[in-house]
Design a protein around this ligand. Sequence first.
Ligand code: 5GP
Ligand code: MG
Length: 495
Amino acid sequence: MVVTGYYNEARSGRGLYAHPGEECGIFGAVGHEEASFLNYYGLHALQHRGQESCGICSSYGGRFHHRRGMGLVKEVFTQEDLLSLPGIAAIGHVRYSTSGESHLVNAQPLIFRYRGGELAIATNGTLTNAPQLRAELEAEGSIFQTTSDTEVLAHLVARSRAETLEEDVFAALNRLDGAFAFLILTNEKLIAARDRHGFRPFSMGTMAPRGKLGVATVFASETCAFDAVGATFDREVEPGEMLVLDDQGNRESLQFAEPARRGICTMEYVYFARPDSDIDGINLHSARKRLGRRLAREALVEADVVTGVPDSSISAAIGYAEESRLPYEMGLIKNRYTGRTFIQPSQGLREQGVKMKLSAVRGVVEGKRVVMVDDSIVRGTTSLRIVRLLREAGAREVHVRISSPPFKNPCYFGIDTPSREELIASRLSVEEMRQAIGADSLHFLSARGMVEAIGRPECGSPDRGHCLGCFTNEYPADTYEAAGGQPRGGEEEER
Ligand code: 5GP
Ligand code: MG
């Protein structure tokens, strides 16, 4: 199928690249009789990386079988759907989106037909030079169906005049800048590729042989998906690496670009990835606990209890409590059932105290000096709300501790961030932010403390291979900001 139609923002005149990218999750399997079922369970484990839409494409009998839909993996796929996606190779995608722009056309894998056959592509990342490449391709006569930067890759592949499809893909990848983890399915092969900086996490795993087939290979944005399908982590897809696998079990590794300065996204460690995932051998829950411990060393406060904000900052809050020898308490509870279809309270009901997502536990916080640990402050709305909740529940003092530095700059490498003006830390000093959220005190972890606490191996540079752009405004690669890759705004849904 060829995807047609334009994204909403293109029509609304906000510019083709008003929304340069989003945090997503990808999964792929080759050499397994139930490849689409593996995708289903793998994507389900990656659901935290994207809840807007999802899709799976399999290859069987020389053609593709695919299904994409709006919503969660468990809502989009039935058993019958998965049975209609036969074959021993399949790739899948979960897409993150904030408000609006909920269109099926955005759902991946995107599927393209070209002279060499069919191509399905699932991406996590942002191609920073997509606008330039697109302009160049259009000048040469290409007609684009979507505004997705993934389509740029498809055009580059289609226009390459190499001998084989792998060579076409290799040449195309070489031209891309930015952050990407790609899974590309053809009628015969599965290709995995990661950008030269290794911005986004991307791992390869294996599964024991079954039936006539040999060892199956799986790929996932996060290792928690391997646990979900019973696969064993093998290794990371290396920066600048392209892996080509066929259904005979052959695996070839090529280097399409020289590995450049490592730039793994620090927000993956701070917030995005699931606590049971590992990135470069570092478990996320343990890393977050160390962030919390370090935060306690940098910004101790006299208090009675420590609480986290479910679910994202619980690991850091436990670390803070351990280090400061204060009890960790469940001061906040999250309602798990606030889905997209939930009726949002009107402003009036909200003012009357109708709350949907979080509540404070009065018995825990009443009369207490509370340390509230969160992983980040982006717009400041979450902290403001929680400080208020805790006070309403009787907290005597509320001390806010953030297990990352002030988030001041937009991301150009695969995470949807609000525009710079909407980032509260880009406008206000720490003291002004403290006042704005109504806390008794507010402290952020230092960038150095964060990098040391995460504990990636020394690599000759003080940032240890992290991208710290959102905190320090220093990015490991060109952001192409001036060329129109403007970061997007829009409502963010806290998870
Ligand atoms: P704020 O309310 O300050 O805009 O956002 C901070 C809160 O949102 C934190 O509790 C953090 O866990 C969460 N958060 C941080 N980054 C992101 C993101 O990129 N997307 C979503 N949905 N939540 C985020
Ligand atoms: Mg949170």
